[in-house]
Design a protein around this ligand. Sequence first.
Ligand code: AMP
Ligand code: GLY
Length: 417
Amino acid sequence: MDILLLGSGGREDALAWRLRQSPSCGQLMAAPGNPGIARWAECVKIDPADPAAVVSLAKEHAIDLVVVGPEAPLVAGVADALRAQGIAVFGPSAAAAQLEGSKGFTKDLCRANGIPTADYSRVDTMQDALAAIDDFGTPVVIKADGLAAGKGVTVAMTRAEAETAIAAAGDGPMVVEEFLTGEEASLFALVDGDTAMFLASAQDHKRVGEGDTGPNTGGMGAYAPAPILTEELAARAMDEIVRPTAQAMVEQGTPFNGVLYAGLMLIDEGPKLIEYNVRFGDPECEAIMPLIEGDFAELLMSVAAGKLSEPPRLADKHSMTVVVAAHGYPGAPTSGGAIREIEAAEQVEGVTVFHAGTARGEHGLIACGGRVLAVTAVADSFANARARAYRAVDQIDFADGFHRRDIGWRELKRTIA
Ligand code: AMP
Ligand code: GLY
């Protein structure tokens, strides 16, 4: 089958790499792609969030399946436009993408269906938000409604912090919620409408600095699987959170199709939902792709066609991704720095270097973006995957870059303890 992949980051490089290895994958195109993706796919410079442009490209090349990487095209209705033309697409409709786009929508869906999540109150004004804080006490969590790329959330430890966050947000839709204490893990499930199956678990590192300090980023590294999400906890999360969500979406006439990424808090009572994303995580996707066995293109097509029947198979291995970012990230990153020795890094056994923000300069590869590379290693154990990932990172010559040295620290602590 001929496939069109939408997106241009490290996540999409990993998806393209995995799709290219699938026996059923014929022609592979990417829009707009990047120099890493160009190793596996033909890149076409169109706007992936422009429904008309995507439909016309897919038709021109008789594409059988469109795989959507990032959330922007989903929210813009690209999946709807493709389905309206009878083109199979892996990714939800704009209506179903509200599971990520609107915190209030998801919280209400949880409440109506008995899905475990933090207690909450939806408010529209600063005054009501302050009143809600009186009810919840502190710590408390304040979330702006709408897509905020992880930046619309404040975990306020004190009343003063909560008041500052509310003042900064101003009047407008907000969710004020109960603070949950526990360890976080991410669960990735494939959902074809009414059938949902567990795909993988992972844990990422959102803060820019070592020891989980400094501002939030898209993610500075990840590993998979996340052993704290045991088979038993994953099964509970599927039964108590993901399946009832898929069912509720079908019942309200907005079935979900694609990958549902559940951010979970593991507390004593069991897993609770923190948030949904309607796409693969980045860099979680880079860590997960090397673990997936079988024909990945066929698996995604079975989801797109509403015929998911075989549970995805995962290798009994461990994988780690270390992100190399450009100085300045997550603020304004330095652009244009030369990147060398990726080939040397890939000489390390089990390593693939995915491109997140690179471009072809006059004299070779250069940085163009905050997160630049996603160095990924697979091995038979967590410790070996970690060692390989850092050995590979140390080969890379990128003077304008930095990375965290402590990716996987929680797991490392557990395996040593
Ligand atoms: P979100 O964008 O909803 O994933 O929130 C970003 C981060 O805020 C999460 O990854 C958690 O670390 C934290 N967070 C969100 N909601 C809660 C909660 N109810 N209790 C504790 N921490 C939370
Ligand atoms: N790594 C977190 C995300 O993709 O949202």
